[in-house]
Design a protein around this ligand. Sequence first.
Ligand code: PA5
Length: 459
Amino acid sequence: MALKLSTRYADGQLPTAAEESNIFARARQAHQALEEGTGKGAGMRGWLRFPSAYVQTEEYAGVQRAAQTIRHNADVLLVVGIGGSYLGARAVVEAVKSRYYNQTRHGVPEVYFTGNTLSEADFADLEQLIAGKDFYINVISKSGKTLECAVAFRHFKSLLEEKWGGNRAEVNRRIFATTDAHKGTLLEEAQANGWQTFVVPTDMGGRYSVLSAVGLLPIACAGVEVDALLRGAADAQKAYETPGEAFGQNACDDYAALRYYYYKHRRKGVEILASYEPSLAMLGEWYKQLFGESEGKRGRGLFPASVTFTTDLHSLGQYIQQGRRMLFETVLTFDEAANNLAVRAKENDGDGLNYLAGKTLHEINQAAFQATALAHAKGKCPNLVLSLPRRDAYHIGWLIYFFEKACAISGYMIDVNPFDQDGVESYKKFMFALLGKAGKEHDKVRDHLKRNYGIEHGR
Ligand code: PA5
């Protein structure tokens, strides 16, 4: 099994035998509902058997061809999207390559992510960064109407148009749209202009879509082996398909059950995903969207947070050790490191580090992990540990599928629909009203804002 779940650093904060059998029965039931399609939002389980099926499809071959074209011709790929249309791709590129990916790439384009903010400064910085470069755009939006994405797309598409003057053909061959197969403004625009399109599957929410064309095109452009990524996910799909009979048989069930235990029986409110690799910071962002949007509803759910150690031991470490005891940690570790960088011996031991001479940084980082896990668990912040052999495409693919499935099971365990996110719409109602969008529903909100808050649109 590529991924191991250990409770060694839970410091005894584990279910009793009676609790274990109850919790486990609940996890098993949730898992069965997911497999059989009898749970909430069952129509959105397209991701469940996707990795093994997608490799056979014509679209997958098309994604690889498009990636080859972009890699061959572009200096820069701009990926325009937000939430599930952005986080997964960036997480995988950085996790498999490096957070310094754009500075260390070999013969493949720089890849920048935009459409995930309304910050003017961010737009301007990116404009400067790509000035004079031959840039391509992959715009990704399932709905085709998300404001951040649409505004950024309009902006950078205009730059492309200005650059190529009246030459529509040059503009159009530089735009790739990933969107719904049947409807939406983006699809209509793509069809009208002849842009190559890829599909966001209808039966898959954005946060479960990284292993579809949504994530795979940018990931392939960045030079990540997408075959290996999908193989890892497909192997995980097979490994976790059958619900376990007891703890230790299916890590997805075990992880979901333990999360539930900390949430329900130990009254924990926050799960912190910790890793010792700065290049996994974006994976932490992806995990936060996945679990936050899937579980956070009906007044329920663990709040997902993430940290990078040892960096954050010098900031949030204090809180984790001694602050309010509402936390547990899930730590991601890798058994092997790619480079054998070691501390050098010096004749003059002025800095007192010769005791580390010959030790690899990986060994030192692992010691920091063990020490931190022991300390945090003693401080009543139990640690679950997820370990993988290596940080490569295959194992990151495995990990992604593991989290997606464990998240869906977790959602069912707390009786929420892990596949909807209608809470996200609330701020949008106010925002569109304030921005003066036409329509009766927006007029109504404007009236409400004026009457109750004295806020008028445009002031
Ligand atoms: O998980 C989700 O479905 C959301 O986070 C979406 O991915 C996000 O809101 C972006 O939506 P869209 O792809 O429609 O632009």
